[in-house]
Design a protein around this ligand. Structure first.
Ligand code: AMP
Length: 380
């Protein structure tokens, strides 16, 4: 049995499940605080393994390898939520795991996730579960003619998703996907998409970043605008929702909550991710404490850092071949370029990101923002 209120001091080893760019940036932030890093991932040249001291390269269901990993790490965290539940539970039985696997289990299944949110009184898009064919017409009855089909598990960046019109289309989509447990969700005519990132420490104290606004391209995050263009009331409401979610999960760690703001000013939660999030990359360059350092502080039982923003920021993802423009991006000394060390840039792959800082302000002047958006799009 592992002591749950343990503080993990600098010099100890943090284990990260997953080797992607989030793991890489967690490792870099942890290194700054004097921690060592062990990474568990499936491929030797993953972005996080390039910056860690130890790595275990094995499939996530290799229990011998997982056991070896627990002997290397003083605390284990996740950089992505699709680590199989059996692996997460095994780790918890042998090591200190933060956040707890039950948080991961909720986040990796849209049915559990939406049920949890609705049960604690948080509004989502209307949705209906589809486990069998006769759920389909009932789903369409409750949602109307058009809906978004989403597989319950292993969907990200729009994968496992389709917009469908009518119950025959929904049935066809579900069958074509292999009849997995799924949901149909009403299409939200949103005014904007925002995300809130909140950390919760061992002592239950929380720290929330300013609300960010997200723009997507082909269902993948393209640009984050921080602060988001929402008024004080929406921003406070969004933070209250985030705090409720973090507390209800008894989270020790950091969670990103994606939300839709509807045209009639309602906030609907779309997704939760109990880890650093792409829409929080701007915090590296624009905040006192980045989301990555904040996660490290939370899981090590250290006091949380200030999430205060010292600049306005725009973050743009470099997807696929966008990365080939790195020479011109870096030639502009105002750009903060982050590359993830990935080889091969198929369309849509997250290869890096670029952040641009602007003078601190509680909101954006629309001319400044338009010019900045044009500039970050042309230059990156
Ligand atoms: P998700 O994988 O659920 O985060 O969805 C990816 C993106 O698809 C979201 O950020 C939205 O831009 C869009 N999307 C997802 N669900 C809905 C919905 N119910 N209504 C409208 N747009 C949606």
């Amino acid at each position: 049995m592992v002591e749950q209120d343990l503080t993990i001091e600098p010099g100890s080893t943090i284990g990260i499940m997953g080797g992607g760019q989030l793991g890489r940036m967690i490792a870099l932030a942890a290194s700054n605080l004097g921690y060592r890093i062990a990474v568990f991932c499936e491929s030797e040249d993953d972005p996080a393994t390039q910056v860690c001291q130890k790595a275990v390269i094995a499939p996530f269901n290799d229990f011998l390898a997982l056991k070896k990993f627990t002997s290397m790490a003083d605390v284990i965290t996740f950089e992505f939520e699709n680590v199989p539940a059996e692996a997460a539970n095994f780790l918890e039985a042998h090591s200190l795991v933060r956040p707890k696997p039950k948080v991961l289990a909720i986040a990796q299944d849209r049915i559990l996730e939406k049920t949890f949110l609705n049960e604690i009184g948080i509004e989502t898009a209307p949705w209906a579960q589809i486990n069998q064919a006769d759920h389909i017409s009932r789903a369409m009855l409750s949602l109307g003619h058009d809906a978004i089909f989403k597989t319950a598990r292993f969907g990200y960046d729009g994968k496992g998703q389709a917009t469908i019109r009518g119950d025959q289309a929904l049935l066809d989509t579900w069958i074509a996907a292999g009849k997995p447990p799924s949901i149909a969700e009403g299409i939200v005519d949103f005014a904007c998409e925002i995300s809130v990132i909140i950390a919760r420490g061992l002592d239950g104290k929380t720290q929330c970043y300013d609300i960010a606004e997200n723009q997507h391209r082909n269902h993948i995050l393209d640009t984050t605008i921080a602060p988001g263009r929402v008024d004080f009331e929406i921003s406070e409401q969004a933070k209250i929702i985030a705090e409720k979610i973090a507390n209800s999960l008894s989270l020790v760690g950091l969670i990103a909550i994606e939300m839709f703001v509807t045209k009639d000013r309602r906030i609907l939660v779309n997704e939760i991710a109990p880890r650093p999030h792409n829409s929080g990359h701007w915090t590296i360059d624009a905040c006192v404490t980045s989301q990555f350092e904040q996660l490290v502080r939370a899981i090590c039982g250290l006091p949380l850092g200030s999430p205060q923003r010292h600049s306005n920021a725009l973050m743009r993802n470099l997807l696929g071949k966008d990365v080939e423009r790195w020479p011109q991006i870096i030639a502009d000394g105002e750009n903060k370029l982050h590359l993830y060390g990935k080889r091969g840039a198929p369309p849509g792959r997250k290869m890096g990101h670029v952040t641009r800082l602007f003078p601190l302000s509680p909101s954006w002047d629309s001319v400044t923002l338009d010019t900045a958006m044009t500039s970050i799009r042309e230059n990156s």
